[in-house]
Design a protein around this ligand. Structure first.
Ligand code: 8P2
Length: 447
């Protein structure tokens, strides 16, 4: 048995998001979000599930923080629901909503757990959506105003801020593929939304600096690792497009101040281009303190004309898949992290999400989710490899603390290391919780 030791002060954590766990969808002045509207629309979410109750974490701060304390995490990533703070997106501040987050943050700090706060994890106020949402550039300034409110309210208490979670999901998945709220299917709109998200990020970082805030700020894109099935030029190009749509499309503007030419050309072939105003790219390229990375899966890609949006097809290699159907591709974790460092330099990185969907149920009071342990072990091994090869890795937050509302999949897909019975809301730590507890306690991985 080999013991792989992680760096001293490596920050172990776990992550959730407001709409996925809080419930209390219409409590204490909370306004409607686009996910309330989307999940209440028949046919949009599996089994007609909604986030109306979710894990009821809004009413269970002490119970959930006790779980985090038992787990022994150093950091806990959560998100703030914008419609709890500004029910209309702007205008009147909703104090009860703000008070909820003060209670949560105070409980975390009392438990010696660092809050890691995501400002936007997809629950846009519906009132803003009705004015165009992220497709309307005015939403950028409403976002900065919302962020500034939280900066002023929590300065010194929250010292780790993430502006936007997964801009690819908010733009392409939600406004071109239409699978997530608000469900548009318009590529030009999706590219403009992606650009506005990056602008909102950049302007928020500028405000954070102007307010001389304590702490650090970053962004959390999802990344994918897609390699060519062969060294045929068309396979190499197809894999590059599949990676580029997720990775370079957002990372190049953030770190290089421009969109990747090969993807700009590809989208132009698809009839779309980004509407950039003169100052935009300089705003987007604001220096950040860290990069959050969400990694789940990867694939080998072969060229197939007309397949998907990038003339690329995932090759079936017979790899094991999780219960949401994703390839288990741990070496992609190492590859994407070393690629990031080669491409964008020595930026401090937190893994803000990594985990697996397995739908194991409670049997005799236990959940033997050994496949999740195997997934986490394989990925932490690759993470350790990346650290050993010089990647500036600061911490790791597994997705997720508990089973929760998995967007369009509703409650049918479980990512938690704590099982949630969605009838009774009883939380049951899984075998993976106990395994991760030992990794954290000893700051090491046994392989
Ligand atoms: N699907 N899936 C799991 C997980 C989702 O639950 C998170 O909210 C997203 O940030 C990201 O997509 C990853």
């Amino acid at each position: 048995m080999q013991k792989l030791i992680f760096p001293e002060h490596f920050q172990w954590g776990t992550a959730t998001a407001s709409y996925q766990i809080e419930g209390a969808w219409n409590a204490d002045g909370r306004g409607l979000s686009i996910w309330d509207v989307f999940s209440h629309t028949p046919g949009k979410v599996k089994n007609g599930d909604t986030g109306d109750v979710a894990c009821d974490s809004y009413h269970r701060i002490d119970e959930d923080v006790a779980l985090l304390q038992k787990l022994g995490v150093k950091v806990y990533r959560f998100s703030v629901a914008w419609p709890r703070i500004y029910p209309e997106g702007t205008g009147t501040l909703n104090k009860p909503g703000l008070d909820y987050y003060h209670r949560l943050v105070d409980a975390l700090l009392a438990a010696d757990i660092e809050p890691f706060c995501t400002l936007y994890h997809w629950d846009l106020p519906q009132a803003l959506q009705e004015k165009g949402g992220w497709d309307n550039r005015e939403t950028i300034d409403h976002f900065v105003h919302y962020a500034e409110t939280l900066f002023q309210q929590f300065n010194g208490k929250i010292k780790n801020w993430i502006t936007i979670n997964e801009p690819w999901c908010v733009s392409i998945l939600s406004n071109y593929l239409g699978a997530h709220a608000p469900g548009n299917q318009d590529l030009q709109m999706a590219l403009d939304i992606g650009h506005h998200l990056l602008l909102a990020h950049g302007k928020t970082v500028q405000r954070f600096r102007q307010l001389n805030m304590e702490g650090q700020i970053g962004i959390a894109p999802n990344v994918s690792w897609n390699e060519p099935y062969s060294n045929r030029e068309e396979d190499v190009a197809a894999a590059r497009r599949m990676r580029g749509a997720c990775n370079e499309w957002f990372l190049d503007p953030l770190f290089k101040g421009s969109y990747p030419d090969f993807m700009v050309a590809w989208y132009q072939k698809m009839g779309a281009s980004v509407n950039i105003q003169p100052e935009d790219m300089a705003i987007i390229q604001q220096p950040i303190d860290f990069l959050g990375i969400n990694y789940y899966t990867g694939s080998l890609v072969t060229y197939k004309q007309g397949e998907g949006d990038y003339d690329g097809e995932d090759v079936e290699e017979g790899r094991e898949r999780t219960d949401i159907g994703w390839n288990i591709y741990p070496e992609g974790f190492y590859n994407v992290l070393t690629w990031l460092t080669e491409q964008y330099g020595d930026v401090p990185i937190y893994i803000t999400e990594n985990g697996a969907c397995y739908n194991d149920e409670v049997q005799n009071g236990k959940v033997a989710d050994t496949r999740r342990i195997a997934y986490l072990q394989k990925h932490l091994l690759q993470l350790h490899r990346a650290i050993a090869s010089g990647v500036n890795m600061k911490g790791y937050m597994t997705w997720s603390l508990m089973d929760n509302f998995e967007w369009a999949e509703g409650y049918s897909k479980r990512f938690g290391i704590v099982h949630v019975n969605f009838e009774t809301l009883v939380r049951t730590p899984k075998q993976s919780f106990e395994w991760y507890q030992q990794v954290i306690a000893h700051n090491r991985l046994e392989v």
